[in-house]
Design a protein around this ligand. Structure first.
Ligand SMILES: NC(=O)c1ccc[n+]([C@@H]2O[C@H](COP(=O)([O-])OP(=O)(O)OC[C@H]3O[C@@H](n4cnc5c(N)ncnc54)[C@H](OP(=O)(O)O)[C@@H]3O)[C@@H](O)[C@H]2O)c1
Length: 247
């Protein structure tokens, strides 16, 4: 275990799989006390037991980020358990691809509620604590927050919204010592695609990714590590990470 984040407290949403799980592991390995949040609490308990056995302090939060009251309770529980909050990683998300024409708009609602409003609720609830600690917010956005593509309009809309919200937030809080970091991965090998409900879109993306070396969740956790362990006067504002094989 390293000690770059010894004495720091982190909260990671969507820590039950993929990028969130890898980020929670990285933060714990750097010495942070970590609150891990998601809906599949069985997975969180297994992760907590594993990290605790290696000496980390981990607290499990049963959280649906679309529930604003539950978000406030989760932030309060983190601060109550560990005494403060230094790093918020807004990672929970879904990617329900499909064309606009004929879309199941319940996919749009779920995506915007989770990827945009959930992230905004967490940021809002955590901000007083981050201002106190002069902490860091890490938003897991996407290349899809920088470049729109047909078949991804609603996902693009959500991730563009994350980038816009984060830049405005940065301007509001940076002079008070709070760092806002936006991470924009390309394709990462996780469970994300499994939830796509539009069968042709799911088949098309599976076919595309089968031909490339995807990023791994640990590649993204490394980017988070770089940003959160930078000296306090350095804000790593944005990191865009693409698989080399993906044009
Ligand atoms: N994989 C990629 O190619 C890629 C590329 C760019 C950006 N991203 C972004 O990276 C983030 C993480 O995705 P991933 O690739 O690691 O996928 P993943 O393995 O499917 O992880 C998504 C996480 O979000 C959580 N989640 C979903 N809805 C939630 C809700 N309503 N409340 C609380 N937690 C919720 C899931 O936990 P529960 O189901 O247990 O609640 C899970 O832990 C997302 O924001 C995604 O947009 C991914």
């Amino acid at each position: 275990m390293s000690s770059a984040l010894q004495g720091k407290v982190a909260l990671v949403t969507g820590a039950s799989s993929g990028i969130g799980e890898a980020t929670a592991r990285m933060l714990a390995a750097e010495g942070a006390a970590v609150a891990i949040a998601a809906r599949r609490v069985g997975r969180l308990h297994a992760l907590r037991d594993e990290l605790a056995a290696a000496g980390a302090e981990v607290h499990v939060l049963d959280l649906d980020v679309t529930d604003e009251q539950a978000v406030h309770a989760a932030v309060a529980a983190t601060v109550g358990t560990f005494g403060g909050l230094d790093i918020l990683v807004n990672n929970a998300g879904v990617m329900l691809l499909g064309p606009v024409e004929g879309a199941d708009t319940s996919d749009w609602t779920r995506m915007i509620d989770t990827n945009v409003l959930g992230l905004m609720y967490l940021t809002h609830a955590a901000l007083p604590h981050l201002l106190r600690s002069r902490g860091t917010v890490v938003q897991i956005s996407s290349v899809a927050g920088r470049v729109a593509m047909r078949g991804a309009a609603a996902y693009n809309a959500g991730k563009f919204a994350v980038n816009a919200f984060s830049e405005a937030l940065r301007q509001e809080v940076t002079e008070r010592g709070v760092r806002v970091v936006v991470i924009e991965p390309g394709t990462v090998g996780t469970e994300l695609r499994e939830h796509i409900t539009h069968a042709p879109s799911k088949a098309a993306i599976e076919e595309r990714v089968a031909k490339i070396r995807q990023l791994q969740s640990t590649d993204i956790a490394e980017a988070v590590r770089y940003a959160v362990t930078a000296p306090p006067h350095v804000t790593v504002g944005e990191i865009l990470i693409r698989p080399t094989d993906q044009a």
